[in-house]
Design a protein around this ligand. Structure first.
Ligand SMILES: Cc1cc2nc3c(=O)[nH]c(=O)nc-3n(C[C@H](O)[C@H](O)[C@H](O)COP(=O)(O)OP(=O)(O)OC[C@H]3O[C@@H](n4cnc5c(N)ncnc54)[C@H](O)[C@@H]3O)c2cc1C
Length: 373
């Protein structure tokens, strides 16, 4: 076992860190406050070549990319997790030769934006119970239904869209300018990930050709779950980034803030919190990297390891953010300091791409197996 990243990956990590510090971090607070999806920030990051290098070099490189992004801005990290982890993966793994020819390049280079439309008002964790329905006729398919909470949805050029059909759930690759494809911003204000362009989508008589089917008719659930493995690596790695940002903020604050005539970092209770945060951070990072390694190796253990990583890393990041707010005192309770944003973003990560409850279900089922009757 070698825990070192190796020269190439270590250099890449440095390069991503530099690009994120220069391009993403400075605007993170403003985008969050304005709830503004920042295409310009994404384009500038793409121009550094760092996302493309990650795609080319696989899961471990992408895990490092997501971690560095998560440290600065979870909305931008979420953008890339959906674009590369969910949408590009679906096209590469399940797409026809023509779908790959048309979409893989523009998605990998982020010339076109993708979204992943699975969740519906009445179908969240129970993703098999979709109401959106696709009916087949001679010319193709007609889709009717509704989705909500779709990340990147406002800017997306193409959607991986899941619908029930007479032969079970089916995935479709649908340009968002197809007549009958409607979208509007989600009502209310999100707790976190405010710059993610979440939308509600409605499909009214949305007509697509037979060639829009992604994978096999009736195999949509497999397409959805296959992509979610890659997405979960993005979420787990992004959570490690938030956790690291919390620790960095607390160490800095613990050195600078003085009370009772000493640095607050010299109080044993603060030290215990910092030490626990560091121990959990190390555990999280190892779990995320192990999951990346198993995913890259195509191992059968990957699904369980990804669920473990998503569960642990997101819960641990939230605990770290919770402690970080307390350690910052009243300052932590204000958007003047970033730790409250870390908490709001980490909370969302316990929910999407399978809630923490659902990750526990996946892990427990993989341990127990099906009862033999
Ligand atoms: C920031 C954000 C971004 C998102 N982006 C996308 C996106 O891009 N595309 C997309 O399709 N969706 C997206 N979603 C939706 C997200 O995937 C769903 O919210 C999530 O799957 C949970 O579904 P739900 O909200 O309907 O909750 P429900 O499924 O209704 O769950 C409610 C509660 O019941 C629990 N529960 C449900 N079933 C079980 C069970 N079997 N055992 C134990 N507990 C259970 C849940 O864990 C939860 O606590 C996003 C959500 C958020 C918050």
């Amino acid at each position: 076992v070698d825990f070192a990243l190796g020269t190439e990956l270590a250099r890449y990590q440095e390069r991503v860190r530099g690009a994120v510090a220069e391009i993403v971090a400075p605007d993170a607070r403003e985008s969050d406050e304005k709830g503004e999806f920042r295409r310009d920030v994404i384009d500038r990051l793409v121009a550094t070549g760092t996302p493309a290098w990650g795609v080319e070099h696989g899961s471990m490189a992408l895990s490092l990319f997501y971690e560095e992004l998560g440290r600065a801005d979870s909305s931008v990290r979420g953008f890339f997790t959906v674009q590369l982890g969910l949408v590009l993966t679906s096209v590469m793994v399940s797409g026809s030769a023509e779908q790959r020819r048309r979409w893989a390049g523009p998605l990998a280079q982020v010339k076109e934006i993708g979204c992943y439309a699975l969740t519906e008002p009445e179908a969240g964790s129970d993703a098999r119970s979709l109401s959106t329905h696709a009916d087949r006729d001679q010319a193709g398919w007609v889709i009717n239904g509704e989705k909500h909470w779709i990340t990147n949805g406002g800017a997306a050029d193409v959607a991986v869209l899941f619908a029930g059909s007479e032969r079970g759930m089916t995935a479709f690759l649908v340009p968002t300018d197809t007549p009958g494809f409607e979208r509007e911003p989600m009502p209310g204000r999100e707790l976190g990930h405010r710059a993610s362009g979440h939308v509600r989508m409605r499909f009214r008589g949305l007509r697509v050709p037979h060639e829009a089917v992604l994978g096999e008719v009736g195999q949509g659930y497999q397409v959805a779950m296959g992509a979610l493995r890659h997405g979960r690596l993005g979420v787990a790695s992004g959570a490690v980034g938030i956790h690291q940002a919390c620790l960095d903020a607390c160490v800095d604050f613990g050195r600078r803030r003085r009370q009772f005539g000493q640095r607050i970092g010299d109080f044993e209770m603060i030290q215990a919190a910092l030490a626990d945060m560091k121990a959990e951070l190390d555990a999280s990072r190892l779990l995320a990297r192990r999951a990346a390694w198993l995913l890259a190796a195509g191992s059968e253990e990957a699904a369980q390891a990804l669920a473990v990583a998503k569960l642990y890393c997101c819960d641990a990041a939230l605990r770290a953010a919770d402690q970080a707010i307390l350690i910052h005192g009243a300052r932590g309770y204000s958007s003047e300091f970033p730790v409250e944003r870390y908490w709001r973003d980490a909370k969302g990560m316990q929910i999407y791409e399978g809630t923490s409850h659902i990750q526990r279900v996946i892990v427990a089922r993989s341990l127990l197996g099906k009862e033999e009757r």
